[in-house]
Write a protein of this length. Structure first.
Length: 324
């Protein structure tokens, strides 16, 4: 796709349509995200037809429109909106080096974007569960790493939660040491639960269950009423074969959120596995439809059905849910 053309040629090519011009220019950017020409033409379009362009990118729901939206937000001086839009595009297609956009490394952007917005943008890059822990991805995401470093260092008092969220992206890309370093930076601002949860996940990625558990324990100490931390620790104990401690941790979580279905289902599954109580397996069967995470639901059923002396017909009923 030719990128070194002006607005008049692009509009002529697109039959005078602003929407068509946006589609064309976004395609040019996708072909070469670091080339300045399509951005210059898009800026011409923004200057020449601001209302029409605003209408095209408002409520953008396609990759190309959101991509155009990111640059329009930058031109408008909305660095936060620009970052988040580019994060959304990157999440859909991380195989394209969208971060090479000249504006993304521009001091005008880096000096203006807030740590919270860049953290949200970083989280959006992971929205679709793509594997980012590859050398090629690390190369493409270089501009993201540089932006994170610039914002984390420059911010006078960044939110520790924002730094922790940025550390999640570093971990997802396999940069575990950098992720730990950003967590340490977050701690220097204020110790918060999220930082320890992120640190725990990084230790888990590295295959260190002892450090993983220690970080989760620190997180729980910072936020004792957080039911999901009780669940995380219980699940970790189950991986170690310690169902008795897992049940105790679940019971502690239920004191804070007695109606939480995931917590209740895990408690029923682990008690069924530990004691063989058919009432617990029945309770799991009752709660199973409320569990959004199917793989976790199936794992709980597997644990429960391994309980001693459970009625065969009840085990079969649980298995039917798993195999449905």
């Amino acid at each position: 796709m030719t990128t070194g053309v002006g607005l008049a040629q692009v509009l002529a090519h697109c039959g005078g349509s602003t929407d068509g011009a946006v589609h064309y220019l976004a395609g040019a950017i996708a072909s070469a995200p670091g080339a300045p020409e399509p951005y210059a033409t898009l800026e011409e379009l923004w200057t020449d037809r601001p209302a029409e362009l605003a209408e095209v990118v408002q409520g953008a729901n396609t990759v190309r429109r959101v991509l155009a939206q990111s640059y329009v937000r930058f031109l408008e001086g909305d660095a936060d909106g620009a970052a988040q839009a580019l994060g959304s595009v990157t999440g859909v297609q991380p195989d394209i080096a969208w971060g090479e956009a000249p504006w993304f490394g521009d001091a005008r952007f880096l000096d203006a974007v807030s740590p919270d917005a860049l953290a949200e943008a970083a989280m959006r890059t992971m929205d679709y569960g793509h594997d980012l822990d590859t050398e090629s991805t690390r190369e493409r995401f270089g501009p993201w790493f540089r932006a994170i470093d610039a914002v984390a260092v420059a911010a006078r008092c960044p939110s520790p939660d924002a730094l922790a969220k940025m550390a999640i992206l570093l971990r997802a890309c396999g940069l575990t040491e950098a992720s730990f370093a950003l967590c340490d930076r977050a701690d220097s601002v204020e110790r918060v639960m999220l930082t320890e949860v992120v640190r725990a996940g990084t230790w888990r990625k590295l295959g260190n269950p002892v450090q993983n558990e220690a970080a989760l324990e620190r997180a729980l100490a910072l936020d004792p009423a957080n039911w999901s931390l009780h669940l995380d620790l219980a699940d970790l104990r189950v991986e170690q074969g310690d169902f008795e401690t897992a049940v105790r941790l679940i019971d502690q979580g239920l004191e804070y959120e007695p109606s939480e279905p995931t917590l209740g289902a895990a408690g029923a599954a682990y008690r069924a596995r530990l004691t063989g109580a058919h009432t617990e397996l029945s309770r799991l069967i009752e709660l199973a439809p409320d569990l959004a995470n199917r793989s976790y639901r199936d794992l709980l059923i597997d644990h429960a059905c391994a309980g001693p002396g459970l009625p065969a017909e009840l085990v079969a009923a649980a298995r039917r849910i798993r195999n449905d």
